[in-house]
Design a protein around this ligand. Structure first.
Ligand SMILES: C[S@@+](CC[C@H](N)C(=O)[O-])C[C@H]1O[C@@H](n2cnc3c(N)ncnc32)[C@H](O)[C@@H]1O
Length: 353
């Protein structure tokens, strides 16, 4: 388990007063018994797989993008937060913690020096109007900051979250503006691997006996692959991701492009039961503490389960991911479609399941 979360566990398992836990991807491998503290503990997670795991551990959990609507209560006695990798999110959550806590309530931060825990703790102390206590547990630091009664932070004390909650234009595609936001993987650009997949889409479709009637965007992010393949006249389109910010951005982009797409949360499409004629996928390379290979297998397995026996799954991966070997477990046919110095695109067919 992540050492910073291990150091924070006592604050979660001994919650005797209302405690909010901001749990991002770092909490994926968390393991503990919520026990009696469970009644006082409420988790908020932007990751569907984390949310589901916490529920299984007996924690009341909400899947959300840490937005104001989800975090309405302002009377928590504690907020526990293992700092995120992404700075705008970390700043957003420290600001959010201030709003969620009642006077005298405390924020408990955990993280390592190289992740900026000291600086986050100092910034939180300035916002909260009281000194921070910082303690070292091995290589992990725990910072505790109480919210001063009657504090009224001036504008300069709020941490710059780059308007974390707001969608913003990032690119143009076929006459439409694409919107995205911090919190979405690679949020501010078109992924070069995904662009390579789309460049090879038409040629791949020509190998099919008929145009695909259904399309699944597996790990859809802000929806690029679905939007860039809109010219395919698929009657049914589904886009799924495990990240709340990605789902919000994708939904917005599909609506503004006038494209009918069912957007659904899931861990590699685990809630989907139908099969699709075409699956488009750019699986994540690194995520949290999981190694890339495990995730590639997980996405391949999901594609094998969700692809029609006569359908096609297009995958783009970093060039050094040994996709042919891994895909052979789940598909009988693999065709290399394109390769540049960074990415490879493959067509997978005839799922074994
Ligand atoms: C490399 S990005 C590709 C995003 C998008 N398809 C594109 O082309 O821009 C991988 C996506 O997979 C999502 N993801 C990671 N783990 C996932 C999981 N277990 N289930 C569903 N989606 C996941 C990430 O949130 C991210 O949006």
């Amino acid at each position: 388990m992540d050492p910073s979360l291990s150091a924070l566990l006592p604050y979660l398992t001994c919650a005797t007063r209302p405690t909010a836990w901001f749990a991002d991807e770092n909490a994926l491998a968390v393991s503990f018994n919520a026990g009696d503290a469970g009644a006082n503990l409420t988790a908020f997670s932007n990751r569907y797989d984390v949310d589901q795991r916490l529920r299984r551990l007996g924690v009341r959990s909400h899947f959300c993008d840490f937005d104001a609507a989800a975090l309405q209560r302002a009377d928590y006695t504690s907020v526990v937060y293992r700092i995120s990798k992404e700075k705008p999110l970390a700043h957003h959550l420290i600001n959010r913690a201030y709003r969620c806590l009642d006077a005298g309530g405390r924020l408990v931060l955990g993280g390592e020096k190289s992740e900026g825990i000291k600086s986050y703790t100092q910034k939180a102390a300035a916002l909260f109007g009281s000194p921070a206590a910082l303690r070292k547990h091995g290589k992990v630091y725990i910072g505790e900051i109480a919210k001063a009664a009657g504090a009224n932070p001036d504008q300069a004390a709020w941490l710059d979250d780059q308007h974390y909650g707001d969608l913003r234009p990032i690119a143009r595609l076929d006459g439409h503006t694409l919107y995205s936001k911090p919190g979405v993987f690679g949020w501010n650009k078109v992924d070069a691997g995904s662009a390579l997949l789309i460049d090879n889409l038409q040629a791949a479709l020509e190998t099919l006996p008929r145009p695909p009637a259904s399309l699944l965007d597996l790990g859809c992010g802000y929806g690029y692959l679905t939007l860039a393949s809109a010219a395919i006249g698929a009657g049914r389109r589904v886009a799924t991701d495990n990240n709340a910010a990605a789902l919000a951005a994708a939904g917005h982009n599909f609506r503004s492009a006038g494209l009918a797409v069912e957007v659904t949360a899931g861990d590699c499409g685990d809630r989907l039961t139908e099969r699709f004629d075409l699956i488009l996928c750019n699986p994540p390379f690194h995520q949290g503490f999981t190694v890339a290979g495990d995730l590639t297998d997980k996405f391949l397995q999901a594609a094998g389960r969700l692809l029609n026996p006569t359908g096609l799954a297009l995958f783009v991966v970093n060039r050094f991911v040994p996709l042919p070997r891994r895909a052979a477990v789940f598909f009988r046919r693999l065709t290399p479609l394109a390769d540049n110095r960074s990415f490879s695109v493959f067509a997978l067919a005839q799922p074994r399941t």
